[in-house]
Design a protein around this ligand. Structure first.
Ligand code: NIG
Ligand code: FE
Length: 424
């Protein structure tokens, strides 16, 4: 069989072997094959192995790319973003510098609620254009799959509008999107403080989201002054009955018990968990909940970092890393910057960080069977990096280290730039 593309003479981090996310110490095993090769046909990986086997099997390809000893990894997965929204909130920088807390800005009707006003006012083409720009930035940095939450509508029309935009983007540019319905992201002023009635309204929207096949995951902002643990439990349990898999914005600012709730409900992920209790984190690990850590948010809000070393070393948990890209708590599309933050703020090793943005992130969005590792039969989402050193990526921060990106086997980024024909 003749392959479409064969990358040769590479340091390949396959992340291969077994199933499920990697936990604890095992996150340091990135499955090196070096010098190695990766080849695919029709978007599916057919060969991953040492160079010696390339000659032995007489492998041929239409295009042979000599990596010259450089790094090859799976495409990166960003498992937590608020991709589709309108406007920006640079006005909050001055408030932050004056010491106004994030939740206080929200309480005064700004924060999430100011992006809600902008997103309600925006039409689909405007939302699409802004999100498309973000996706191009992500793709140029090697991100081939992105989770995208709604949650800047807080009403039926706008929540559905956000999810429809994500659905259209998924089929009109190379980055694959996984949608999450986050109707209860904040309590809108028109709810008059009645969180119970608002959640009932959002459950009706959730049912519509399922009918239209617009999202696989449901999420809620379980936080002091936003939605309580009891409200979140009732809401998410009902979403689970509707067929959603669950995620939770858990214990981002206050130790409310969101992590414990994620474990109790069998959520796929508990996200943020900065303020989570030891017991909450332990319960998540025991229940197989992946902890999605967002160091850019801690960095940007000046908050304490999540306790990654406790989760990895003491609990043996599975960690994924994400940008949390949104216009408030973390305005960056750069997952490579997040990788640098994870090294500095969490003391995670380069191997743990790579596992957290590939294999574990793929499981965090329910795609671990298809993406996140380089193995025969998996989708050919592949990065050829400019460097031969994995540590160089989190070490040399703030710039793009990607050379080529292949999505479903097709070259979409070269020299770190998105190819025009790929972004149509
Ligand atoms: O994950 N905390 C809730 N949601 C986002 C922030 C959204 C915003 O500030 O617009 C987060 O941090
Ligand atoms: Fe978030």
């Amino acid at each position: 069989m003749k392959l479409d593309v064969l990358i040769t003479n590479a340091r390949v981090a396959t992340l291969a072997g077994g199933s499920g996310p990697r936990r604890g110490r095992a996150m340091r095993d990135v499955g090196w094959v070096t010098p190695g090769a990766v080849g695919w046909k029709d978007g599916v990986i057919r060969f991953v192995g040492p160079m010696a086997d390339v000659a032995r099997h007489g492998l041929e390809a239409d295009a042979v790319v000599d990596a010259g000893g450089r790094l090859v990894t799976p495409g990166l997965v960003d498992p937590h973003t608020h991709l589709v929204h309108a406007g920006s909130r640079e006005n909050e920088l001055a408030l932050k510098l004056d010491g106004v807390p994030y939740l206080e800005i929200l309480r005064q009707g700004g924060g999430i609620l100011s992006t809600v006003r902008a997103t309600r006012a925006a039409d689909e083409p405007a939302l699409m254009a802004q999100a498309r720009t973000s996706l191009r930035r992500m793709l140029a940095q090697g991100v081939t799959t992105v989770e995208a939450k709604s949650g800047y509508g807080l009403d039926e029309a706008t929540e559905l509008k956000q999810l429809r935009v994500a659905q259209q983007l998924c089929s009109s540019q190379p980055v694959e999107l996984v949608s999450t319905f986050l109707g209860p992201h904040a309590l809108p002023p028109e709810a008059g403080g009645d969180a119970g009635a608002f959640l009932d309204q959002m459950l009706a929207v959730a049912a519509q989201v399922r009918r239209e096949g617009l999202a696989e995951f449901a999420d809620i902002f379980c936080e002091a002054g936003v939605f309580s643990v009891e409200q979140s439990r009732r809401y998410l349990a009902r979403c689970r009955e509707l067929g959603f898999q669950l995620k939770i914005h858990a214990d981002e600012v206050e130790p409310l018990g969101g992590a414990e709730l994620a474990a109790e409900l069998g959520a796929v992920t508990a996200d943020h968990v900065i303020a989570a209790s030891d017991n909450g984190l332990r319960a998540c690990v025991e229940a197989g909940v992946i902890l999605v850590l967002l160091p850019g948010t801690s960095w940007n809000l000046g908050a304490a970092p999540a306790r990654a070393r406790f989760i990895l070393d003491d609990l043996g948990g599975a960690v994924a890393l994400a940008t949390d890209y949104n216009p408030g708590s973390c305005p960056t599309e750069s997952l490579q910057l997040i990788m640098a933050f994870a090294a500095n703020l969490y003391r995670m090793t380069p191997e743990e960080i790579l596992t957290a943005v590939t294999r574990n992130a793929a499981y965090a969005v329910g795609r671990g069977h298809r993406i996140g590792t380089l193995e025969a039969g998996k989708q050919a989402d592949v990065i050829l990096w400019q460097t031969d050193s994995l540590a160089y990526i989190p070490y040399h921060f703030g710039v793009n280290h990607v050379d080529q990106v292949y999505k479903r086997g097709v070259l979409v980024v070269a020299n770190g730039q998105v190819l025009e024909e790929a972004s149509a």
